[in-house]
Design a protein around this ligand. Structure first.
Ligand code: HEC
Ligand code: HEC
Length: 204
């Protein structure tokens, strides 16, 4: 019996270890190098409420965002699976290692609430369809998926619309966004924006 318990415990430990190691490698980026690179990004991402010109919507908050997701997003702009000429230009000037570094930097700063796992309960029933990936309280449960809590409302509307109309293509989120009823896009954006989470990263 004791041996069995030990076996079960060992199996559980191995399982946990496998799950942990199966996660994408995290924080491989060099924070100092990332900080240097981030300086040019803060001209847009470091100013509260700074807007994309056409169409007009606020540039996303990056402080506390998941590092692996930032890497995926930057490579998406580089490959044009996310169409945004300015960001494609920005991302194309970065090497793979630069992308790892700058992602590690943005993920590491701000976002105290993110680190603490959020502060509010999911009380909105339509958001239940999103929490399996984007987490209770809008704090994502996997480094590959973005945290939505605290993001700008108009940016969230823009992002959801972009998955729906093909400006962004992603095998997972394009399908998810297609399932949202037209009138719920704004409601969901408003909900996730209202949760505490991401922060605008200021130049020091
Ligand atoms: C001229 C303004 C501007 C500059 C400079 C800029 N960005 Fe952006 N960035 C934007 C806008 C606008 C978007 C939203 C694009 C969209 O709709 O997909 C964006 C989106 C992003 C996203 C996607 C965020 C998300 O939640 O999906 C990342 C990551 C990002 N930028 C990183 C960077 C990095 C790193 C730099 C510096 C190397 C940088 N940006 C420089 C304007 C800018
Ligand atoms: C099965 C997992 C999954 C579910 C469920 C899901 N998403 Fe996503 N979501 C993702 C992934 C993966 C991405 C990143 C896609 C990419 O790389 O562009 C994403 C990206 C997003 C973004 C873009 C964030 C940014 O910073 O640009 C928004 C907004 C979003 N999801 C909202 C939602 C909403 C609202 C729901 C519920 C109706 C939902 N998602 C359900 C996996 C999921």
């Amino acid at each position: 019996m004791i041996t069995n318990m030990k076996l079960v415990a060992t199996a559980a430990t191995l399982l946990i270890a496998t799950v942990v190691f199966a996660q994408p490698a995290l924080a491989e980026g060099d924070l100092e190098a990332g900080k240097g690179l981030a300086y040019s990004c803060l001209g847009c991402h470091g100013i509260d409420g700074y807007r994309n010109a056409y169409p007009s919507y606020r540039v996303p908050k990056l402080g506390g965002q998941k590092a692996a997701y930032l890497v995926v997003a930057l490579k998406g702009y580089r490959q044009n699976t996310r169409q945004h000429p300015t960001m494609t230009g920005q991302a194309s000037s970065l090497s793979d290692q630069d992308i790892e570094n700058v992602a590690a930097y943005f993920a590491s700063i701000g976002g105290d609430t993110v680190a603490a796992g959020g502060s509010k309960d999911v009380s909105f029933d339509k958001a239940q369809a999103c929490t399996a990936c984007h987490g209770n309280n809008g704090i994502s449960v996997n480094a590959m998926w973005p945290t939505l809590a605290g993001q700008h409302e108009d940016y969230l509307v823009r992002a959801l619309t972009s998955y729906r109309n093909g400006i962004r293509s992603d095998p997972v989120m394009s399908i998810q966004a297609g399932l949202i009823a037209e009138q719920d896009v704004e409601v969901l954006a408003k909900y996730f924006a209202s949760l505490e989470g991401l922060e605008t990263t200021k130049a020091e």
